[in-house]
Design a protein around this ligand. Structure first.
Ligand code: NAD
Ligand code: DAU
Length: 357
């Protein structure tokens, strides 16, 4: 029996992963540890497959006693660490929580695993998997090659700097203490349950209510989009077959400019949720994000060659499924907005930018 601790499992990717792993494995139990910040919600963990195999613990990954007790009581042998402050714009407006959760929280988990596992049978059969981002590698120019696992770190926002620091800590625990870690650095995810502060769900929900679609700057920035289920499959494979101490890059091979993503969302909505005039009329250019990274792209040769992973979803199919999901879940949207103070966030981030949000 495998006992898996998923930190941040009430958030976007974490909750998709909890679903994925409960569906996939007969012989496992999952414990979600989540502080339920604005980004986490029990709404994301409703209707799980095999709910009898899942337990929820509300708490902060910085709380050492709680983390140690959870590892001990649930006999955890595998940690999949998603919990983080994850939004770049929030890190610009208030970096403190990013340093606390992403650095101190990751450190607390590492120390707890080292101690609890060290005192209960050693590290054999144990795994600490750290979920990280392509943003640690910095920003690419138009002709630069895609990020590889060996690309030097060059983070440029408080968010990516705190994730970079957490990656270094995780690797330090492998080299210094032989803690069996693996890391994945992934590009931009999209799909069901994504908090609507991120580009794609924000655009879908604004378009549905006829509000402006705020494109930062010229909208020609490039991200490497990946459907969330593909990310979950990649992490699962790394848990099963990845080599301790190794890092694997994950990406979708989809690199349209932002404005094109917004236009694609509009076109899908024109078909599924027509409102008389094309949704594209709502596109509004607003002042840019400070320090905005221009382009990300992931070289996924290593995970393809070593583990046989490739994304299964195309951008077209993934976006359509995502738009359909948000259109079919108005109750989820309402509850999430109420729980998280969403309107205050819109005012805080977009109020000064103008554009009539
Ligand atoms: P999210 O913001 O949707 O969810 C984060 C979750 O962590 C929430 O449930 C929140 O309540 C929880 N959390 C935050 N602080 C906590 C704390 N101190 N203690 C316990 N729980 C806490 O994030 P996401 O988009 O699902 O991202 C998950 C992970 O994947 C993050 O580590 C992020 O850096 C990484 N990542 C995200 C993307 C992406 O495109 N979203 C891409 C690559 C990597
Ligand atoms: O690359 C992986 C990262 O992707 C993850 O590590 C982060 O957790 C995740 O938030 C995401 O970061 P981005 O900053 O790339 O994602 P976001 O959805 O915030 O923005 C995507 C692009 O769209 C970016 O170039 C900024 C732009 N954008 C975003 C918002 C919210 C807009 O033009 N307008 C907007 O309103």
């Amino acid at each position: 029996m495998q006992n898996i601790l998923v930190t941040g499992g009430a958030g976007f990717i974490g909750s998709n992963f909890v679903r994925h792993i409960l569906r996939a494995g007969a012989d496992l139990r999952v414990v979600t540890l989540d502080a339920l910040t604005y980004a986490g919600s029990l709404e994301n963990l409703k209707d799980l497959p095999h709910p009898e195999k899942h337990a929820f613990v509300q708490g902060d990954i910085c709380d050492r006693t709680l983390v140690e007790n959870t590892l001990d009581q649930h006999k955890i042998d595998t940690i999949v660490h998603f919990a983080a402050e994850s939004h770049v714009d929030r890190s610009i407006l208030g970096p403190g929580p990013f340093v606390q959760t992403n650095l101190v929280g990751t450190f607390t988990l590492l120390e707890s695993a080292r101690l609890v596992w060290g005192e209960s049978g050693g590290f054999d059969g144990r795994r600490f998997h750290h979920v990280s981002t392509d943003e640690v590698f910095g920003s690419l120019g138009p002709g630069d090659p895609a990020f590889r696992e060996v690309t030097p770190y060059d983070p440029r926002s408080p968010y990516s700097a705190s994730k970079a620091g957490s990656d270094h800590l995780v690797r330090a625990y492998f080299h210094t203490y032989a803690l069996p870690v693996t890391l994945t650095n992934c590009s931009n995810n999209y799909g069901p349950y994504q908090f609507p502060e991120k580009l794609i769900p924000l655009m879908i929900l604004n378009a549905i209510r006829g509000a402006p679609l705020p494109v930062y700057g010229d909208g020609l920035q490039v991200r490497d989009w990946l459907y969330v289920e593909d990310h979950c499959e990649a992490i699962h494979l790394v848990l099963e077959k990845g080599r301790p101490g190794e890092t694997y890059n994950i990406g979708g091979g989809n690199q349209p400019v932002n404005i094109e993503i917004v236009r694609l969302v509009c076109a899908i909505l024109d078909e599924l949720h027509p409102q008389g005039t094309p949704h594209e009329r709502l596109i509004t250019h607003v002042p840019d994000r400070p320090g905005h990274d221009r382009r990300y792209a992931m070289d996924i040769t290593k995970i393809q060659a070593e583990l046989g992973w490739s994304p299964r979803h195309t951008l077209g199919s993934g976006l359509r499924t995502t738009v359909e999901w948000y259109l079919s879940r108005p109750e989820w949207v309402t509850v999430i907005a109420q729980q998280s103070g969403y309107n205050e966030w819109l005012e805080k981030n977009y109020g000064k930018r103008g554009g009539g949000m």
